[in-house]
Design a protein around this ligand. Sequence first.
Ligand SMILES: [Zn+2]
Length: 464
Amino acid sequence: MALPRKTSKLTAVATAVSLAMAPMSALAQQAKGPPVIRDTEAEQLLREYTRPILRSAGLEKQNIQIVIINESVFNAFVADGRRIFVNYGAMMQSETPNQIIGVMAHETGHLAGGHLSKMREQMAQAQTQMIIAMLLGAGAMVAGSRGGNSNGGLANAGAAVVAGPQEMIRRTLISYVRQQEENADRAGVKFLNATGQSAKGMYETFKRFTNDSLFAARGADPYVQSHPMPAERVAALEEMARSSPYWDKKDDPALQLRHDMVRAKISAFMERQDTVYRRYPSSNDSLPARYARAITTYLHGDLRSALAQIDGLIQLQPNNPYFYELRGQALLEGAKPAEAIAPLRKAVSLSNSAPLIEMLLGQALVATDNKAYTEEAIAILRAAVARESEAPLGYAQLAMAYGRKGDFAQADLASAQAAFLRGDNKTARELASRAKTRFAVGTPGWVKADDIVAAKPLPGQNSN
Ligand SMILES: [Zn+2]
């Protein structure tokens, strides 16, 4: 694994390749929260991994989203009961589908157990207890100073009173977290058994993180911090996992290949080129290795060679939408939007109209400067943003298409929506106010613009 690079660099790389970054509401709570990676192929695979587990947990109707975070360290967590967040590093470090599926099963265990809301209650209680402890401590200190005892004897006693309950509360919380982790393990194994899958991958992954392992010793790993892994917990997990009839079940080779393809793609987009070539040397003729090399070739500016490599991939898998998407993306970013249209149309059709790919197609149509494409671009982009409402790219391209058509009311509204999704509320409000003056009062466009003008900034979002 390469050393994690600075986030700004990663962001720059990812933005350059149009994996449209979407600051999502949950993440906006952290002032400049970690950006999100958007990629149809990776998201689709993770959705397929998670769907049966969510179904067996009775959560299939909750429309739980899987969000890939732009972080190279291993982590996966739930934060709001509606999404499972997973670092791309967790994908990279999971060698088999079964390993990451095990992590998703564990996180689903947290969701199904409602651990988040319970944790919040626990925290609220802890705060009350903490306040009482502070007041008691402060009272003792005041008493000490009133007594004219300036050597601090009683004041220190006051401090001890403060430290005592805090330590007690901390221990209570830790044991509570431990309990939740064990419950999530148990639920996760249950979901895996119910879907005929092995919990070996979950065990293998968690074993790497046990408290006395190298990972834990490093201390900085977020997964170890949020997931205390005492040896007893891992031993209990192993016992549960081994007792399953599916313990030795192997991953389906076709699924393993898709897993390896997504890891190759993540490596090519996110890692240094020398790392990519070390992982996937030219002597490696496998499909994932060829995929990684084709991507890194295009990212580093050799369009002609990249296209030849991508065509080789298409020959091997003529119905793989993501090869056509890659071809279109390479051409689009190589300033050849007209040539990008055909492969992107093919990618849209093979991917059953994946909205993020539709946005790329819309972008290519708009970038040609050919007015004959304007109406089609608007239709495609509208369909895309209706199904994928959190990617600013779709609205930004829609704004350009409307502008070309001379429909400045819709152009302002779409620009406002793009700004809003980027977290730029000031620009969003200005554009929405201007859009309102261009629409007739009460029309759907006016109402949407009015909603943006009236919208409260999301917590942590820049409100000025
Ligand atoms: Zn957990």
